[in-house]
Design a protein around this ligand. Sequence first.
Ligand code: 3PG
Length: 307
Amino acid sequence: MAKILVATEKPFAAVAVKGIREVVEGAGMELALLEKYTEKAQLLDAVKDADAVIIRSDKVDAEVLDAAKNLKIVVRAGAGYDNVDLDAATAHKVCVMNTPGQNSNAVAELVFGMLVYGVRNFYNGTSGTELKGKKLGILAYGNVGRNVARIAKGFGMEVYAYDAFCPASVIEADGVKAVASTADLFKACQIVSLHIPATAETKGSINFELMNSMPKGAIVVNTARKEVMDEAGLAKMLEERPDFKYLTDIMPAIHAELAEKYAGRYFSTPKKMGAQTAEANINAGIAAAKQIVDFLVNGNEKYRVNK
Ligand code: 3PG
């Protein structure tokens, strides 16, 4: 009987696990759970006899793949798969998939939760500003970016976007203004929301020069990946631009320093929580389980992200 392991340091909502169990057991397979683990050794032990693994931001590297002798597929229940060593997976003949779009609304809603908090001065009782009429720049127009655009229009914002891989015509078809570059987006928009993946090209790419080109009252909201920020540039921006705010659910390495020095302009949730909703967990978790069953039973490789 094929064994499907759910290995989640940050667990899914119980209702999502129930749904995953129904899919897995309904296909005559066995479900194993490793939730809230604290040591890599626990993961190494749990993957030993797994045929398939469902993960979130959990790291799957060559050591994990070496330990998982029966492993055929890893599904990242979510969008970004920078936590999986794709080359090592390919070398181990393990298929890697993600579940695009399944948790994107949750992330987009959190963007606005943080933005309202930001423009209302962290709810300190002083007069803030509104989002209506402000220019919002969306960096990368994928599933999350599109949901951010949809919600922003409800707030009455002027929405701009740039995506290196999405044609301007697709962006404009949504009533969003397409700009020609990341630099143009930062120059035009008082508020920029990041939705780029962490890749060799994007890591450290959001730097002081870009942020400093933003209009007065600039806000950057990052629900993408902490790695895309140039943290020294972020610290410099907070120091040199007293009008600037940074809002994130992905704590930077220099969080303690920023939280102490720039309280009132810098905010991070204690844990990454963009996709922490029951709906997102159900959507992504069940999609992952279904993709695994379809792969193991029918060989369906849709959503495969490694070669
Ligand atoms: C994603 O890439 O899907 C999001 O960043 C959510 O990540 P999480 O599952 O670790 O919350």
